[in-house]
Each structure stands twice: as structure tokens, then as C-alpha cells.
Write a protein that binds this ligand. Structure first.
Ligand code: IPT
Length: 973
């Protein structure tokens, strides 16, 4: 048995022990003048907490996780299930334990001061020793732990600080979030000193009205407070004084004793600049604690915002406005560090989200790095701050287990104590996926008393009844609820709470189908207010293929545009040799692991457009301001008119002065040319000046409206001939594989996890067998009938080849049997010779788009190198499609190549990969691009939906059985 009392306590299997010797959480800012302890620490990885420390020391970078730093304990990904079989509160005997040690020189001028060690975050149990003496224990892997070292260190000398981090514990069972498991110290460590007389906490209430109240708690480590202390403050240069009314009330009812001081600063700011996510106005607040002689004992600085949050009826109001919540779920993630994120990382995350129209973040599923909240205040985001509680695998057992009661309350209350002064935080979340029990109610009770200014949400409670007032959720915050259920609830007359989905539109792989349909319903249905897309990141870890190890920080720069450099790949579950894992389910974000936006981001940007074109009538268009708080003065715009004949005309645009919600008609900037065919008017909206999140000229949205329909023209038959081979397949000098019928797409994650791909395989759609039935030639026109046999049905297919001026027209018909009642696509596939590397098209673009994800891709004349059309989703799958393509060319640098004109706007996909290449690969690095192009022209293409987690696409985006007809002409350029 160990003689060390911290080890003897076995805190890793004692849920009742949430901490020992740890100081209370508070919101006092201690960064000024602190001694940073980040850097290389001596390090040993033990096989279990009780294993003797005595082996060789290596070094480990703090902050950092050892699972990414060259040890044999590697990252492991599980979603719901625990990585070990023990039930709560037990943990496995084999329990990697990292011992971090370093000397710390305590500054001589800290003599007489109170010295505090702050460990930013450690997972999952932290034990602290100084010079071999026990200091304390902490759990709660995503919040800081502070320990008073005053009695243990001597200023002017050096002390040995040891941080022991135990990976698995009773706490792991309530930190069972859908992410990689790691071990280590994930946020900065520092040492700071204060006067014994110090600010113990600062609570700011800044209201929309301009009323400001700053409540401070004051303590003295000596015990009793010295007489005569007082507070002053400063708000953007405006002096604040202590509220004597508050002092008198305190004295009268003897609420505060001589060892706990309380005082208040109070003021009302006239003509206050209020805070909201669109115009995030902040004020600098400084709070000073003085000794009786006027000298300053302690100072805390804050950036504060004046705003109100309230629920009125079934609306969540910010400053009285029913704001839409355009949110995303965000983890602290990095492909090189695993979990440790820098200021620059977090700023880049939020800047990107701003540029793509997001205004809200849910800190899934734990309090994020504290800097994130500073940035959210500054850049303008509404934050749902979520406590570090997810007991997914053993949810029901834990929610009412009294042994975990303290842990639930501890985690929620510490989050609130840390983050309460951030204007960005508008809602507290009790955690994620942990069933619903008395432990939640206890935590909610604590919050309601401590911070009555913000609503609480908890999905586990909400799911028991969206309207039930008894449940610990003020918001109806379901996850992945079918849209029709949300709309029905809002129309039912039963709704009592704002409906804001805590997770929706699962972004795994090629996904986020029907996002625009969701938003059309949300904006049209009072009671619906938005939601949080799941999720921001694809958590792919950069991995060396040669030895299967994480690249670690050394991998910086080894990726570009979402793709890992040769010799590297983005690892997902199972790639580190784990046998218990959940595969690519960890890659479900709207950005790649290097933060490259996926095409779904452009969809979101357009859905969130601040400027909308409502309608076109009588030479004018109607514009609307779709913001909540500001006009268009921060925006500039240009009109663009795209004509089917190839012309694009531009004209400067003058945005009208409109208040939020207002509309105005503006005259058409162009006289619509008589000729030119189909015509589309686009407003390219950019930032008019440099903003904290975007330089001037950054595109904000591209609303569009159709001014004129296409005229239907059929090309006359020309003299000439068409050659087909003995199998009835077209022979063409630019095609290496002749046009054939395709019903298969490389399954998307949604297709696989939603069960569609399994059905398609069982029907044999991935390996249809073609048999030519007849080939007939008649006056230069060739008709080929064939059959494509699956295992449970046969598709009859007909191609009619007709010579037209300079090329061939292909008319096709496919008749799908009833058995094939929901296929991926019906269309043509062919392959071209090498060298045709540029695609130019008239249709939707330039981004990848699909039938149910095309709101962000305006119709116009687009052009991209073929290699840039493909989107490198981590697990290869259908990718690179462009919706609504009317015609395209594929050309070589010398302008030779081919041109295709489609009978009507169609889904077209040009890549270097056959569907079977993509289907066979598990990671992007396995793909070998083909020299030519693989071209799909689809008469019908199934929507993407979100069925990997949540609703499938709507029936209207599915492909029906029966007869499909399409035609296209192929010409040589
Ligand atoms: C839900 C989780 O809250 C989230 O962490 C993530 O796992 C997401 O789904 C899917 O990626 S839980 C799910 C079982 C509905």
C-alpha cells in the first residue's frame, strides 16, 4: 500500500471525490503577471496509478496529450460505448498514468503573497504534489483547477511540482463524449500570486438598459478581513464607486461576516452601446480592491457587454428581439495536438464561422477553452455553454446515482462560476446524452439560484416533453428531430418553449441535405428559432502512414485544402489499432481537419444571407434586410447578370437603407437584353470595410433570382453517321469508356449508415450486368436496346444516337422495375481521354451541389480544373457533383476537347474516379486518380439527406422507379 495520501484515496474510483484541496472556481482574471509553466516537463508514463515512478524520464510538452506525443498509448475513438468494460464507477486496472514534473522558480518578490497554481485542464484525474508533499486532487477534465501553494513554496527558491494525470476513472463514465480518448494536460499551467487580501470572485450583470452591477466577493487568506477595504472600478474610463445602499443592507441583516466580504459597484450607462452577435459592442471594466490606506490589493479586468436574454412566451429574445440561432457544435480539436488549441486556432475557427453566416456555438460537450468565450464576446456569437457531463453508455444508471450527485452539481456550477460574465453566453446546458435524473435537477437548481439571468437547456430533459414546464430545460432542444415534427409542434398550439435543436443536420461526409428546407420552415414558422449543426470539425488526426503514429506537432504544414500530404492521412476510428472504435463517425464536421470548409459551408452562408432578393416584378427586384439589429452599411454589392448565351454583365449596386425586417424595391440595374436566352440576376454581396473577422471585399452571400426562363430548342438532325461497336456501345475518339447506364454512386456516409447502400448492394446495383438486346440503324440514327440486370430486377435501357451538326445527340430512356424503388441515381457514365483538365459549365456552382443541397451555388458560368472539382471527404464517397448543369465543356490547354449540352438542368459529376474506385477506398490516400475524366450525367440523383444520424432526405428528393428519360449532345470542340 502506498504511503501517499492522494494515491491511498484512490480518487479514480471514487465519484464522491470531485476534488480535494482545490480552490473554488471564480471569474477573476489572473492572466496579468502570472508565471507561465507551459513547455517541456519531465515525463513518465506508468501502467497504472500505483505503479512505481522510477523509470527513465522522457519529456512531454505541456499543454498536450501524451497520446499524441510518441508514447505507446495512442488515441482511441468511440462514440457511445465506453472503451473499457467496467461499470461506473469502476475503471480498468491497466490505466495509463502520466507523471509530469518540473522545477519552478518562485519569484523572490512574491514573498508575503498568496501563491496559486492553476492547471488549465487535465484528463481525467489530476493529483498535485509539491516537493513530494500532497497538494490536491481535481476532476472535471475541461475546467481549470487551482491550488493554494502559499504554505508549500518559498519565494526566491525553487520547488518541484509534480502533476500526476490518471487517464481512466469514475469520471470517464461521465465524460463519454463522441470524440477521441486522450490522456494528458490539455490547457496551460501557470502560477500566480495575489495579496492575501484578494478578490475571490467578480459577477457582472450588464443590462440592455445600461444598468451595470458588479458584485464582488473578497477574502483574506489570513482569515478575518482587514478593516476599511473598499472597491473602485472603471468602465471605459468612467469611474465606478461602491454602492453604499448595498453595504447598508448587508450590514443591517448581518449577512456577511468578517471573513467573507461582499461589495457592489453600480452605475447606469447613458446611451449604452449594447451587445448582440451582429454588433458585439464591448466595454473594458476594471475592478480594484483597495486596502484602507487606498493602496490597491487586487485588480481584475473584464470585457463586458450590455444585453438581455429572456424567454417570452415561446420566443427566446436577445435585447427584445427573436433572434435566429444559426449555430454549430464545436469541440476543442486540433489534428496535430488532439485537444490543445491556441488563441490563433480558436480565432481562426470563429472567423471562419462568421464568414459563413453562423452566429451561435454550442460548446459540445464540455466547457471549451476559456479564450473561446473572449473571442465569442469580441466577434459576436451566442454561446450555449455546456457542462462536461456525458454518461452516454451508462446514462440511466448515472443520472440518479447519488454517488455522482456531487459531480453533476460540481461540473455545472464550476462552468457557471467561470463563464458567467461573458455576454456571449446566453444559455447554460446541463450536458449531453446522460438520460435525465435527480442529479440534473440538483444542478439546475444550483444554476437557477446563482444565475437567474439565463435560461437552461438540456436535451435529455427536453426529450421527455418539449412543452413540459416541470422539466429542467427552458428550451425545447431536441437533436435530429424530423422537420415535420418541429413544424407540427409549433403549429399545435401546445408549444410553450422556444424550439432550437441542439443538434441537427449531421455533417458526416457528403451531407447536410435539406438544410435549406429546414431554414425555409424555421423562418416561416413562429416558434422555430434555429439550431446547431452537428458539427464544426472532422476530427481526423494527421497520421504517418509508414508507422501509423500521429504526426504530432511536427506535422505542421503537411496538409493543404483538406488533403494530407503524401505519406500522411487523416486518421479516424480504428486507425491506431483500436479494436473497440466507431470508425469514420468522428469525421462529421462542416470543415476538414485542417479547417478547409466543406461545400456545405457555402450552403449555410447563403441560407444565412443578410440580404435577400424576394421577388422580381416589373423591371425591379425586392430586397429584404434579414438581420436582427443592423442595416446594410457594412456591406457593398455588385449586380451580375448571367445569360445562357455565355455573357455575364456586371453593374455596381446601391444597397438601400433598410432596418432589420424591412423590404424595398430597387430598379433593375440592366435592361434585360432581348436575346441571350435564360437569364439569372445575382447580387454579389461583400464586406464594405475591414472587419475583425473579414477583410474588406470578403464575400458574404450571393442571392440570386431568375429573370427569364430557358427557351426549349431541339437541334435539327444533320447528315452524318454514328458508330457503335458490336455491343451497341458508342465509339468516339475522345471517349475511352462509352456512355452506359449507371444507377450506383459510391455510398455516402448517409447512404451507408442510413441503410440505403445495403439495399442497393442487395439489389446488385453496384455490379449491374449489361446485355445488349438489339442494335438498329435507320437513316443514320442508331437505336440500342439493352438490359441491366441486378439480383432482384432488370432495368430496360434504350439509347438513340442521332447525328447533329458537329456531333451526336444521345436520347436515353431507362425503365426501373418497382423493386428498385429508391436508387442513388439514374444516368449516364462515360470516361474521356487524358488531358481534358478544365471543366467550364453553365449551371450551379462553383461549389459542389446536390439536389437537396444547392441553395449556396448560384447559376452562372463557372470554370474549375477537374482536379479541384472533387471534395476529399475523409472516407471516400460520392463527391464532386454539380447541380443544374445546362451544358459544359471539358478541354485541354490548347482548347481542344468536348462539349456536352443537356436537355434540361441536370446533376453532372466530373472526377478522376469511378464510383467503384471510391467505394473500394477507406482513406483518401488510397485513391489513384485516373488520367482521364469519369463523367456522370444524371437524369435523376438522390438527395444527400442526413441519415448517418438523423432524418433521411425528403421523399421529393428520392429517385422513383418507372421510366426516366434524358438526352444530351456530344460535340468535339
Ligand atoms: C449525438 C451526440 O450528442 C453527438 O455527440 C454526436 O455523437 C452525434 O450524435 C452524432 O455524431 S448522439 C446520437 C446517438 C444521436
Amino acid at each position: 500500500m502506498t504511503s501517499d495520501p492522494l494515491l491511498a484515496l484512490r480518487p479514480w474510483e471514487a465519484p464522491e471525490v470531485t476534488s480535494w484541496g482545490r480552490l473554488p472556481m471564480n471569474a477573476v482574471d489572473r492572466r496579468d503577471g502570472a508565471l507561465p509553466l507551459d513547455g517541456d516537463w519531465r515525463f513518465q508514463l506508468l501502467s497504472a496509478p500505483h505503479a512505481p515512478v522510477g523509470g527513465a524520464w522522457s519529456t512531454s510538452r505541456v499543454p498536450g496529450v501524451w497520446t499524441m506525443q510518441g508514447t505507446d498509448d495512442l488515441p482511441q475513438y468511440t462514440n457511445v460505448r465506453m472503451p473499457f468494460p467496467q461499470y461506473p464507477p469502476a475503471s480498468p486496472a491497466a490505466n495509463p498514468t502520466g507523471v509530469y514534473e518540473r522545477e519552478v522558480d518562485v519569484p523572490a518578490d512574491w514573498a508575503g503573497r498568496r501563491v496559486v497554481l492553476q492547471v488549465g485542464a487535465a484528463e481525467s484525474v489530476l493529483l498535485v504534489h509539491v516537493d513530494g508533499r500532497p497538494v490536491g486532487v481535481s476532476k472535471d477534465s475541461h475546467l481549470a483547477a487551482e491550488f493554494d501553494l502559499t504554505a508549500l513554496v518559498r519565494p526566491g527558491t525553487s520547488a518541484t511540482v509534480r502533476l500526476t494525470v490518471v487517464k481512466w476513472s469514475d469520471a470517464s463514465h461521465i465524460e463519454d463524449q463522441d470524440q477521441w480518448w486522450h490522456g494528458g494536460i490539455t490547457r496551460s499551467v501557470l502560477l500566480y500570486a495575489t495579496d492575501p487580501l484578494h478578490l475571490a470572485d467578480v459577477t457582472v450583470r450588464a443590462r440592455y438598459s445600461g444598468d451595470l452591477r458588479v458584485d464582488c466577493r473578497v477574502r483574506d487568506t489570513g482569515g478575518a478581513l482587514p478593516a476599511g477595504w473598499y472597491l473602485t472600478g472603471d468602465l471605459d474610463g468612467r469611474p465606478l464607486a461602491q454602492d453604499t445602499e448595498f453595504d447598508r443592507a448587508n450590514a443591517e441583516d448581518e449577512r456577511v461576516s468578517d471573513f467573507l466580504g461582499e461589495a457592489r459597484l453600480l452605475t447606469t450607462v447613458p446611451e449604452v452601446r449594447t451587445w448582440n452577435a451582429e454588433t458585439p459592442e464591448l466595454y473594458d471594466l476594471t475592478v480594484r480592491l483597495h486596502r484602507a490606506d487606498g493602496t490597491v490589493a487586487d485588480t481584475s479586468r473584464h470585457r463586458i457587454g450590455f444585453r438581455d436574454v429572456e424567454i417570452v412566451g415561446r420566443d427566446l429574445l436577445v435585447n427584445g428581439e427573436r433572434v435566429f440561432i444559426r449555430g454549430v457544435n464545436r469541440h476543442d480539436f486540433h489534428p496535430l495536438t488532439g485537444r490543445t488549441v491556441s488563441y490563433d486556432d480558436m480565432r481562426a475557427d470563429l472567423v471562419l464561422l462568421k464568414r459563413f453566416g453562423f452566429n451561435a456555438v454550442r460548446t459540445a460537450h464540455y466547457p471549451n477553452d476559456p479564450t473561446l468565450y473572449d473571442l465569442a464576446d469580441e466577434l459576436g456569437f451566442y454561446v450555449v455553454d455546456e457542462a462536461d457531463i456525458e454518461s452516454h453508455d451508462h446514462a440511466h444508471e448515472t443520472a440518479d446515482d447519488p454517488r455522482y450527485l456531487g459531480a453533476f452539481v460540481d461540473r455545472v456550477s464550476r462552468m457557471v462560476l467561470r463563464d458567467k460574465n461573458h455576454p456571449s453566453v446566453i444559455i447554460w446546458s446541463l450536458g449531453n446524452e446522460s438520460d435525465y435524473g435527480a442529479n440534473h435537477d440538483a444542478a439546475a437548481g444550483w444554476v437557477r439560484r446563482h444565475d437567474p439571468t439565463r435560461p437552461i437547456q438540456y436535451e435529455g430533459a427536453a426529450k421527455l416533453g418539449w412543452a413540459d414546464p416541470e422539466l429542467a430545460s427552458d428550451i425545447a432542444c431536441p437533436m435530429y428531430a424530423p422537420l415535420e415534427d418541429c413544424v407540427a409542434h409549433a403549429l399545435s398550439g401546445e408549444q410553450t418553449k422556444p424550439l432550437i435543436q441542439c443538434e441537427y443536420s449531421h455533417a458526416m461526409g457528403n451531407s447536410n441535405g435539406t438544410l435549406a428546407d429546414h431554414w425555409a420552415a424555421i423562418e416561416a414558422t413562429p416558434g422555430l428559432q434555429g439550431g446547431f449543426i452537428w458539427e464544426f470539425w472532422d476530427h481526423g488526426i494527421l497520421q504517418r502512414v509508414s508507422d501509423g503514429r500521429p504526426a504530432g506537432r511536427g506535422g505542421a504544414g503537411l496538409y493543404d485544402n483538406g488533403v494530407a500530404a503524401p505519406g500522411y492521412r487523416w486518421a479516424y476510428g480504428g486507425d491506431f489499432g483500436e479494436t473497440i472504435h466507431d470508425g469514420a463517425f468522428i469525421a462529421d464536421g462542416v470543415v476538414f481537419p485542417d479547417r478547409t470548409p466543406k461545400p456545405a459551408m457555402y450552403e449555410h452562408r447563403e441560407i444565412a444571407a443578410p440580404v435577400r432578393i424576394e421577388s422580381y416584378r416589373h423591371e425591379g427586384v425586392v430586397l429584404t434586410n434579414h438581420q436582427h439589429f443592423r442595416g446594410f452599411d457594412w456591406l457593398a454589392a455588385v449586380w451580375e447578370l448571367s445569360l445562357a448565351d455565355g455573357r455575364t454583365l456586371t453593374a455596381p449596386a446601391e444597397l438601400p437603407e433598410l432596418c432589420p425586417g424591412e423590404t424595398a424595391a430597387v430598379p433593375l440595374p440592366f435592361a434585360l437584353p432581348e436575346d441571350g436566352g435564360e437569364a439569372w440576376l445575382t447580387l454579389r454581396v461583400t464586406t464594405a470595410r475591414d472587419l475583425p473577422w473579414a477583410p474588406r471585399g470578403t464575400e458574404v452571400c450571393v442571392p440570386q433570382i431568375q429573370l427569364r426562363q430557358a427557351d426549349v430548342r431541339r437541334e435539327p438532325v444533320a447528315a452524318g453517321s454514328v458508330e457503335v461497336d458490336g455491343e451497341g456501345l458508342l465509339v468516339h475518339p475522345l471517349l475511352t469508356v462509352a456512355p452506359a447506364l449507371s444507377l450506383w454512386r459510391a455510398p455516402t456516409d448517409n447512404d451507408e449508415l442510413g441503410g440505403m447502400a445495403g439495399r442497393w448492394r442487395s439489389w446488385g446495383l453496384d455490379a449491374l450486368v449489361r446485355k445488349v438486346v438489339s442494335v438498329r440503324e435507320d437513316a443514320g440514327q442508331v437505336t440500342v436496346r439493352s438490359e441491366y440486370a441486378g439480383t432482384t430486377g432488370v432495368v430496360r435501357h434504350r439509347q438513340v444516337f442521332t447525328p447533329v451538326a458537329g456531333g451526336v445527340r444521345v436520347e436515353e430512356e431507362a425503365e426501373l422495375p418497382e423493386a428498385f424503388d429508391d436508387v442513388a441515381r439514374v444516368g449516364t457514365v462515360f470516361e474521356t481521354v487524358a488531358g481534358l483538365d478544365l471543366l467550364e459549365w453553365f449551371g450551379q456552382g462553383p461549389w459542389e451541389s446536390y439536389p437537396d443541397r444547392r441553395a449556396g451555388a448560384p447559376v452562372g458560368h463557372h470554370s474549375l480544373p477537374v482536379d479541384e472539382l472533387f471534395t476529399p471527404y475523409l472516407r471516400p464517397q460520392e463527391s464532386g457533383g454539380r447541380h443544374g448543369v445546362r451544358r459544359f465543356t471539358l478541354s485541354a490547354p490548347d482548347a481542344t476537347g468536348l462539349a456536352v449540352v443537356l436537355d434540361e438542368p441536370r446533376q453532372v459529376c466530373v472526377t478522376r474516379y469511378r464510383a467503384e474506385d471510391l467505394t473500394a477506398a477507406t482513406h483518401h490516400d488510397e485513391l489513384v486518380p485516373r488520367p482521364g475524366c469519369v463523367v456522370h450525367l444524371d437524369a435523376a440523383h438522390r438527395g444527400l439527406g442526413t441519415a448517418s444520424c438523423g432524418p433521411d432526405t425528403f421523399p421529393s428528393y428520392r429517385v422513383a422507379p418507372g421510366v426516366h428519360r434524358w438526352s444530351w449532345t456530344l460535340r468535339v470542340l
